[in-house]
Design a protein around this ligand. Sequence first.
Ligand code: G3P
Ligand code: MG
Length: 346
Amino acid sequence: IPGTPPTPPETTVTDKYAYAFDIDGVLIRGGRPIPEAIEAMKWLNGENPYGVKVPYIFVTNGGGKTEQERCIQLSKQLEMEISPGQFICGHTPMREMAEQYKTVLVVGGEGEKCRQVAEGYGFKDVVTPGDIIKDNQDTTPFRKLTKEEYENSRARNFAEVEIEAIFVFADSRDWACDQQIILDLLMSKNGRLGTRSETFDEGPPVFFSHNDVVWSASHDLTRIGMGALRVSLEAMFKAVTGKNLETTAFGKPQIGTFQFATRLLQQWRKDTHGIDSPPDTVYFVGDTPESDIRGTNEYDQHSENNWYSILVKTGVFEAGTKPRFTPKATVDTVLDAVKHGIEREY
Ligand code: G3P
Ligand code: MG
């Protein structure tokens, strides 16, 4: 009948496969959506020629805000609703360590945000570098707290405090200051500021929420990230003490992060789509060979289902070079990645 719009295909949710997305360099760059990202999400939500809806989650190494806050921001950027039930950031798995350590130093991020994240995870006593400078401003000779920082920081006598672990939750906003304080603790007796160990092996453990040496921000070229701080800290510890420093990184490519993602996806598929069985294939779309592709490929070896790595060219990976870890597919954008997986299933 002339004038009648074509009937859209009925959409059904697939239980056979699912998607997991990296964020920076795949969906977002410098706070703005990558142009194809919005269309890619529409495809997954059923606006595609196959009439299929595909469940998906987000696995970013980024952080510095609560999962809730990150999801509100991402929902605005991608013009759709994203729930914390489908979202993991670099520090999310750290919440499982809240019972293990009482007093912890939390480093990185804007203002008091990371303290709030850590307290939200259940950490009992969270110290920031600002608290330490407030107690003794000679800690950092070239850095004074602003009025706001001074007011937000918590006064206490650190000569009486043992800091049991150091968590780098987000990128340091002041490398010199944060590294000085971390180094002081690493060289201390049992995390007590103002003391010096004779053996330099009595300091607290250091955990990084990820190990990306570079990442994709608004600049055309990659920018240094948390993994660079880790390299720097380890080199500095060696230069000052002559000893090697062992630190631990969470996030991708760690297997633990992919196991966490598997549990999240399972719960998400069950709660929102009523799917009880695991998917045959999870398509992971990323821009960083060392984190996204390496992690997906290694996890694929361990996992009962298939984890299929797709590398995009909108972030860290530079077209024309050979990635250090080989993806199952390389495509231009996240929209091509979504089309690639869906088409492969038919
Ligand atoms: O700081 C965040 C960055 O290193 C990577 O984030 O989303 O690409 O895993 P993402
Ligand atoms: Mg990325």
